[in-house]
Design a protein around this ligand. Structure first.
Ligand code: C5P
Length: 228
């Protein structure tokens, strides 16, 4: 099946406290987004990649990718939208009708292995939709007014969602149509709302999303560890 990867990277990165979006920050000397796109070029199931960035960064991102040897008809860079889901929708709208499977992966998660991408693809082919996730390992508390614990949430059967999130393109497009303007933070939420079964694929503890400044320090360490 023809598989497209959409990489939303159009966020402002406001939680990082940097003067530029976090996906352009350097990790081991290379912009985070370049790392992420590179991993997708080495996954065997991926036929094409759509990188979604802030409108004013489309041109500079094309150049940045080319500087790192990433260019060609199978790599597109397009402008995103206000919310993550708008950026992903822009990516979906840019795909041609021949695409069967779509993978969505946060630009700010550069530390995944190509194997996880392929396992998500395989699961989407088999089940229709699948996401990478890891079992929750901490004890979870529901907080209430005044910072008081209301109760403990049983962590059994709880998973922390990651990306890649993979599905048949037709299922995700239908889920977007059904959801209308409802706000979500991942594609699986849309599929769940549409009543589509989404399969869990065991992800990796090191597949972190770089969100806050401390995450960069952790990411550097994970990167060094991968290289040795
Ligand atoms: O904000 P959060 O960390 O959940 O964003 C996840 C991914 O979605 C990031 O890679 C971010 O750049 C991207 N995003 C986007 N368009 C937006 C907001 C976030 O592509 N409007």
């Amino acid at each position: 099946p023809t598989t497209a990867a959409i990489i939303p990277a159009a966020g402002s990165g406001s939680r990082m406290g940097l003067d530029h979006p976090k996906q352009y920050h350097l990790l081991a000397g290379i912009p985070i987004l370049v790392h992420t796109v590179r991993v997708f070029t080495s996954a065997s199931c991926v036929d094409m990649i759509v990188v979604v960035v802030p409108a004013e960064r489309v041109e500079s991102t094309v150049n940045l990718m080319a500087d790192h040897g990433l260019s060609g008809a199978n790599l597109q860079v397009i402008a995103g939208g206000e919310r993550r889901q708008d950026s992903v929708k822009a990516g979906l709208d840019s795909l041609n009708a021949g695409v069967d499977i779509v993978l969505v992966h946060d630009g700010a998660r550069p530390l995944l292995a190509p194997d996880l991408i392929d396992r998500c693809c395989d699961a989407a082919i088999e089940y229709g939709a699948a996401i990478a996730a890891v079992p929750v390992k901490d004890t979870l508390k529901k907080g209430g007014p005044g910072g008081r614990i209301l109760h403990t949430v049983d962590r059994k059967d709880l998973w922390q969602a990651q990306t890649p999130q993979a599905s048949r393109l037709s299922l995700l497009l239908a889920a977007y149509d059904m959801a209308g303007e409802r706000e979500v933070t991942d594609e699986a939420s849309l599929l769940e709302l549409a009543g589509t079964d989404v399969h869990l694929v065991e992800g990796s503890e090191t597949n972190i999303k770089i969100t806050r400044p401390d995450d960069l320090i952790i990411a550097e360490k994970i990167m060094q560890n991968h290289e040795t």
